[in-house]
Ligand binder design. Sequence first.
Ligand SMILES: [Zn+2]
Length: 367
Amino acid sequence: MDRFPFQRTFAALALTIAAIAGPAAQIDPRAALLERGAWEALNAGRVREAADAFREAIALDAKNARLRLGSGMVAMLERRDGDARGEFERALALDPKLTQARMMLGQVQRRLGDFNGAIRTYETLVAQRPDDRDAQTTLERWRREAELHDRMQQAIGSHFTVSFEGPAEAALAEQALEVLDRAYWRIGLVLGGTYPNQPVPVVLYTGEQFRDVTRSPSWAAGAYDGIIRVPMRGALDNPTELDRVLSHEFAHALIRNLAPRGVPAWLNEGLATALETGDLAWAEKQVGAQPKPVPLRALQSGFGKLTDDQAQLAYATSALAARRLIEEAGGFAIANLLRDLGDGVDFDTAFLHRIQRPFAEFATPNR
Ligand SMILES: [Zn+2]
């Protein structure tokens, strides 16, 4: 699992703001037109165009808080999180009542690892919008998470820090560090000798804590959102499963390190699954039982909303495609493909350049 909760709510939010960004009291009609076009572009997912339009509009109408909000949302989509935070703060300085900017600020603070800052921002948000159930629920979840993390202890290795709740889990944390260290070298080598540039945080939860904090579907065995989060229920009795889940989530960490954005779900989940320990016989069986293969183009966005069966097939299809890519193109080429995607290169262009064949051709192998 690799989820960005922010992106799920994003489209809806952009629409809401576009609606309020009507012909308000604007000084310059050109700025008003640019703003309208910018929100439309953002809604349609034309991020570059939106970025340009917001920038031009800000040059004409520097005191418009909504423009700063839009510009921050663009930065967040492009994973320029530091810039995004600056824009949301400027928006709020211009208009402290622009609660959408406060919500986005809280989200980006979390993504930047400022968990306490995010809680303070949401405390203000909830005070401003007492009827906002979503904000209230989110704030409560973040507070529970913070309390839990305050109680936790840490085991620190050279490439990972593992947080866990009590002395009973200390042995498991040590075991997790060992497993992660093996995954670090093994997977880094497969991906052309790339390694994360700083220690990766890992948190071990009980099953209930895991679901509460990550809101993952019930079939998820782990999650990565900048922190590797793993429920430890049963893991001690089943070292194979611990190895599998930690390898999978570490692969996500490495992929994110190479490409903070732009990676289709089939490639992200496929690599993470293909790079788990163990073979892919289960995936071959799953895919072989289907009358027709699932096209990779249908597996572009996250699997979080799929049912158990759909998810199994999506992971199986993706894993086999990723394995084929590793065999045909090698880890160096894949690492370069990921870097290009992270730099904002269009997927088909990057694929053709790095893998040396059109994606359409790779996606429909002879069968
Ligand atoms: Zn995953």
